[in-house]
Structures are given as C-alpha cells and as structure tokens.
Design a protein around this ligand. Structure first.
Ligand code: GRG
Length: 293
C-alpha cells in the first residue's frame, strides 16, 4: 500500500472507531454530544492516531489493538484544540476549516465539550487490550502524564506567559516539547505498548516522537506565515498578529526550514533499533517535512 492510501485507510479506521466510542448525537443531553462530534469529526488529519497504529506495526503488533489508544490520543488532541481556541486562550474563530466549537455552541458549552472529550479519552483508553508487559494501569498513566501540568498544560502555561515577549529558541523548545512533541511521543509509545514492545523499543519511539514533534511544530510555524487561511483551515498569520514568538520569528524562515530538516533526520536516525519494520514511520516522518497544511 502506498503512503497516501495507508494514511487515508488508517484515518478512516480511526473515524469509524471514534464513531463507535463516542455517545450518539441523540443521546441526552444532546447539545454536548453534538458539540463533541462536531469538534471530533471536523476533518483533522488524524496524525496522532496514525502514528499510534504505525508504531504498533513497527513493533510487530496488530493495528486493530492500537485503535483504542489511537482514538484516545485524538480525543485528547481535540479537547486541547477546543480549549486552545477559546477567547480566554488563543481566541480563534476557525479550526479544521469550520467555525470553532465556541462560535457554534457558545463558550460555556465549549468548555464542557473539551472537558467531556478529555474524560472520554480515559474511558476509551481503559478499553485497550492488555499485553504481557502493559495493562490498563500503564496505558492510563501514560496518557494522564501527557495531559497533566508537566506536559500539555505546563506547555500551555509557558505559551500563555510568553505572549508579547521576545523568546529565545530554547524557550520555544521548552514549550513545544511539552505540547506538540509530548502528545506525538505518547501516541507512538501507546501504539508500541499494544504490541508489547520492550523498553528499548519504547525508548526508540520516544526519541523519534521528540524530534518528530519538534519538527512538526517548526513546520506548523512556517505554514502559519507561508500558507493561506483556506489551505490551513485555521486563521493564517495568527502568531504574528498576537505577537507570539515562533520558529520563523526567532530563527528566520530559511533557518527554520533547515531546523525542520535537521530534526526530521534526527527522528529518522532514532528509528534504527526498530529496523525494517519501522518503514511506515520513516515514510510518515519524511512526508511531514513536505506537508503543505
Ligand atoms: C489544555 C488548552 C490546553 C492546551 C494544551 C496541545 C495544547 C496544549 C494546545 C493545542 C493547541 C495547539 C495549536 C497546539 C499546537 C499543536 C498543533 C500543531 C496542533 C495542530 O495539529 P494538527 O495539524 O491538527 O495535527 P489537525 O486539525 O489536523 O488534527
């Protein structure tokens, strides 16, 4: 299967599983279930679930077993986007090509929607099949650590406190290793865990996720200044408008491109211990460097 077909197929598998896991829209109180489904099925790339499934395959596992954690990381990701878009945070009107959750359902409902998606992530991950090394306790602990104040929330705090300030590259790394890289890393590790991966393999996935996550964020910052709102499905040029320090504003555009390439190479090198089975992860990493949205 070529990469394009694989990405489409795994995104479709994830969507079908999310549809099964999430409460139906008609389920009372329907407003919250409608808001949850509106935000989840808004056309995201499903990168984190795909990385989870591909990591399971890279460790010799069954992609079907990786679906609960794949859905759980997408639910956590979607919650973070819904909350990040709120007026009290980034105050965005557009996400995944549609009006943001609070624009459609109101701020109170968007807060609850994010809370419900985060909680649902734990309901879903608790259904992951146990292997010899890992059970519900390990899966839940892994996801919880990523959502907590040392990772996603902590990164968001640094991000909020950095607004309007001139940050150094090291500050950007500190923010994005806690946000973007942390969730990508956990997506990969959870996939590896469903394949009963040995600690050395999980370490390789951790190193890969760290470098890939930072590369993904550098590219995200580049696209914010080089792409249109239509292509991105979110407001382009937003970072500069709110005086947020980004890789292009700190390093310049050309050096940011070099940084993304360097981090992608670092990510690819980290996959060495996984051998040939990690071919799909290699393809995904290389394709992300070329992405246009
Ligand atoms: C708890 C409010 C709160 C925040 C946690 C992760 C995070 C911190 C906030 C998310 C907001 C954000 C813009 C993070 C940067 C990560 C990023 C590049 C998100 C976009 O990911 P894509 O491109 O989005 O994979 P799709 O829509 O394709 O899923």
């Amino acid at each position: 299967m070529d990469l394009k077909t694989y990405l489409k197929a795994m995104a479709a598998e994830t969507d079908a599983a999310l549809d099964r896991f999430l409460p139906k829209e008609e389920q009372s109180p329907s407003t919250i279930h409608s808001a949850m489904r509106y935000s989840v099925f808004a056309g995201g790339k499903r990168l984190r679930p795909i990385l989870c499934i591909a990591a399971a395959e890279a460790c010799g596992g069954d992609p079907g077993d990786a679906l609960p954690p794949a859905c759980a990381v997408e639910l956590m990701h979607t919650y973070s986007l819904v909350h990040d878009d709120l007026p009290a945070m980034d105050d965005d009107d557009l996400r995944r090509g549609r009006p943001t959750c609070h624009k459609v359902y109101g701020e109170g409902m968007a807060v609850l929607c994010g809370d419900a998606l985060l909680t649902e992530a734990f309901i879903v991950i608790s259904q992951t099949k146990a292997t010899k090394r890992y059970g519900a306790r390990e899966y839940v602990a892994e996801l919880a650590a990523t959502g907590g104040s040392l990772k996603l929330i902590g990164g968001q705090v640094l991000d909020l406190e950095g607004e309007g300030k001139k940050l150094e590259k090291e500050d950007l790394v500190r923010i994005h290793e806690a946000k973007t890289a942390a969730l990508l890393t956990t997506s990969l590790r959870l996939g590896g865990m469903t394949a009963n991966a040995k600690p050395e393999k999980l370490q390789a996935l951790t190193d890969f996720g760290y470098a890939l996550g930072l590369a993904f964020q550098v590219i995200d910052d580049i696209l914010d200044v080089t792409q249109s709102t239509e292509v991105l499905g979110k407001t382009a040029g937003k970072d500069a408008a709110v005086e947020k320090s980004t890789y292009p504003s700190v390093l310049g555009l050309e050096n940011s491109r070099k940084e993304a390439a360097k981090l992608t190479k670092q990510a690819l090198d980290s996959l060495e211990p996984l051998g040939k089975k990690a071919g799909r992860l290699r393809e995904i990493a290389a394709s992300l460097l070329e992405r246009e949205y």
